[in-house]
Ligand binder design. Structure first.
Ligand code: WTA
Length: 653
């Protein structure tokens, strides 16, 4: 069985090692350790050399200004990221190279060359201007995985309007909260999207959200075609069809020069409270960091067909479908739908059809494929693949080995990449031509990245030990603040250990200095690689009129990494029936989005609390995962938790 609960001690005994093959090294972008040395000796010079490769309207005066925790990179520089992601390539043979090869879930195909992308981005930038969007205004995007999504992002960047993308799996309420926090002026959405043959009702959710978003002045609707256009209600004076606006839009749009530190986007992510955090990324450092990591970690070549399977609604899509790859002039595959539609071999057929060479995906997807057996990949020619990557959660060695053998034909290096929405770029990962990999380890920090493992007091833990993962030096793509809440930025990331960035992840290092990520140490769950806070789900639950109290915990799950388990106390007189369970699950999905639907809801008369009234989530997790109960001495009523466990086990059985 997939051993998600593998104790770290067992992981550290993982003896398998895979050194890069001679043939791979021969052709690799990075062949030796010299860039690690270079970055160590002169961090600023190292990143400046990367930045030199781009087009600047005005060159920077200073590479880095670091007044912990406030960073500025390429200070005084002026640029436009779309010039670097698009215009720059038009003067080369890449003009007619595919930027995106897109496939819709029902099977349509669309190819956008760099010249096509330029035209569409300029036109939509003009549309945004016509709708009154000015430099600095926020634009919200709530779209399926269709080419209009990167087009809209880049159009925003072209005119200096930060975008804020809300993943299509979020509910109307989540969309509303994010729009209101960002005070977005325009929303771009679609009639709907396809997911496993079902319609995702984006426009309906958007209408519900926008009715409570006073900042939204205009809504642009892409006709994805999941509904007949005449059945899509358009609000007079507010809603416009994308295709109508584009018909009239001029083809030329001058790129707006922006400061290096001009905000490129806000992306909301879950933290330890119920309120999502608006992570702010700026322009120059982000671009340079994404491009360099993309080129070196994925060993990107001109002729590669690169496919990152993430949704652009998450940071992985921002950095490694759009900005990093386009900055490198990459051909990227984009797929709209679900991996099991119409069958479990959809991805393998896409790889075969387009000759994908580099695949970047998640451990959850790999584990789901493992369950379906190797027959599906075996039926397809996957020989075009030459490198594999994973991201989003710890990968168990079994899944890593399965990926290597059954997808990579035992010939492709596997890069397990650790990073976060906040870090903007990959920070811990192998370099495939240099690093000897070990299944289950993200290996070592990227050149110039100073990661450490520290104890409660912030003291570095010697090799072989575990603790909290921290970062001790700034990196170019780091978040700059939380939107509208600089104090929270300081408090969450920089206060736990003064002078260090606190990642919220637990980590062990083996004797050779390899990093083994252990998952979150705070109240954040990682469900299929998606970050969801226990507090968000709890507050959605207690919003239900029948719920008195709720405590939520992540429970180890063979495929998803973690599954959401909720312990709920109902109000007096309400029956804890199966119907109530279903109703509450649906309620959470409506409040937050289908991705936050609890797997299990367990009713209890009482939740284990400390004498001061704090819910002991740690104990609930022990119960949910069937472990011996941890320390119960601080509980107000230690017998209650025993009782709770017995009831839980009864209900499970
Ligand atoms: C987890 C996704 C282990 C980690 C890019 C982190 C990982 C959180 C890995 C960020 C990995 C991401 N190994 N754990 N290779 N990559 N994580 O913000 O807990 O959606 O803090 O960014 O995912 O999730 P986020």
């Amino acid at each position: 069985m997939v051993a998600m609960q593998t104790p770290i001690e067992a992981l550290l005994e993982e003896g398998r090692k895979f050194a890069p093959g001679e043939a791979f090294i021969q052709q690799a972008n990075v062949k030796d350790h010299s860039i690690y040395e270079k970055a160590k000796q002169d961090l600023e010079g190292f990143w400046a050399e990367q930045a030199e490769q781009f087009v600047w309207f005005k060159k920077w005066d200073e590479v880095l200004k670091w007044e912990c925790p406030w960073a500025q990179w390429f200070v005084g520089g002026e640029l436009n990221i779309t010039v670097n992601c698009i215009d720059r390539h038009l003067k080369t043979w890449r003009r007619n190279k595919a930027a995106f090869i897109w496939e819709g879930e029902p099977g349509e195909e669309r190819v956008l060359t760099y010249a096509d992308l330029h035209r569409e981005v300029c036109k939509f930038a003009n549309v945004l201007k016509r709708l009154g969007v000015m430099k600095g205004d926020r634009v919200a995007l709530y779209l399926p995985m269709i080419p209009e999504l990167p087009i809209a992002m880049l159009a925003c960047a072209r005119i200096g309007a930060p975008h804020t993308i809300v993943f299509g799996g979020f509910s109307a309420e989540s969309l509303r909260d994010r729009i209101n926090d960002a005070q977005a002026k325009v929303l771009v959405t679609a009639d709907g999207g396809w997911r496993r043959g079902n319609i995702v009702p984006l426009k309906r959710n958007a209408d519900e959200a926008v009715s409570q978003c006073p900042s939204i002045e205009q809504v642009v609707v892409v006709h994805r075609g999941v509904m007949d256009a005449t059945h899509v209600p358009l609000h007079e004076g507010r809603d416009h069809w994308w295709h109508r606006l584009m018909e009239e839009a001029p083809l030329h749009c001058e790129p707006e020069p922006v400061d290096s530190e001009h905000p490129l986007y806000i992306l909301y992510t879950s933290g330890t409270t119920a309120k999502p955090k608006g992570v702010v990324h700026t322009t120059a450092g982000y671009m340079v960091g994404c491009a360099a990591t993309h080129r070196w970690i994925f060993d990107l070549k001109e002729e590669d067909v690169y496919w990152c399977t993430a949704d652009i609604g998450w940071v992985t899509g921002h950095s490694y479908i759009v900005y990093g790859p386009l900055a490198n002039g990459t051909t990227g595959v984009m797929y709209e739908g679900s991996p099991d539609y119409p069958a479990w071999d959809r991805w393998w057929s896409i790889i075969e059809k387009y000759g994908v060479t580099v695949l970047y995906t998640t451990p959850t997807a790999i584990r789901a494929f493992m369950r379906q057996g190797e027959g599906h990949p075996r039926r397809h020619d996957l020989s075009s693949l030459r490198l594999l990557g994973t991201v989003g959660e710890p990968i168990n060695p079994e899944a890593w080995m399965w990926y290597r053998e059954h997808i990579g034909g035992a010939r492709c290096p596997v890069v397990d990449t650790w990073w976060q929405t906040e870090t903007g770029m990959i920070l811990i990962s192998p370099l495939p031509g240099v690093t000897t990999t070990k299944p289950g380890s993200a290996t070592t920090p990227f050149p110039g990245v100073e990661a450490d493992v520290v104890d409660e007091q912030g003291r570095s833990v010697p090799l072989g030990g575990g603790g909290y993962l921290v970062l001790k030096k700034p990196w170019p793509a780091m978040l700059r603040t939380l939107y509208g809440d600089p104090d929270r930025y300081v408090q969450i990331y920089w206060s736990r250990f003064p002078g260090m960035y606190f990642t919220g992840d637990g980590c062990k290092r083996d004797k050779e200095g390899y990093f083994w990520l252990l998952g979150r140490v705070d109240d954040v769950m990682n469900v299929s690689g998606h970050r969801i806070s226990t507090m968000e789900v709890e507050s959605a639950l207690v919003y239900h009129p029948d719920v008195a109290e709720a405590a939520v915990t992540g429970k180890a799950h063979d495929v998803k990494g973690q599954a959401i388990t909720a312990f709920v106390t109902l109000k007096a007189g309400v029956q804890g029936t199966q119907e109530k369970v279903d109703e509450l699950k649906k309620h959470v999905a409506t409040k937050i989005g289908p991705l936050a639907r609890p797997d299990d809801i367990f009713f209890t008369a009482e939740l284990p609390k400390t004498r001061s009234g704090k819910i002991m989530r740690r104990l609930l997790r022990d119960i949910a995962e069937g472990r011996a109960l941890g320390d119960t001495t601080t509980l107000a009523d230690p017998t209650a938790v025993q009782h709770l466990r017995e009831m839980y086990e009864e209900q499970e059985a």
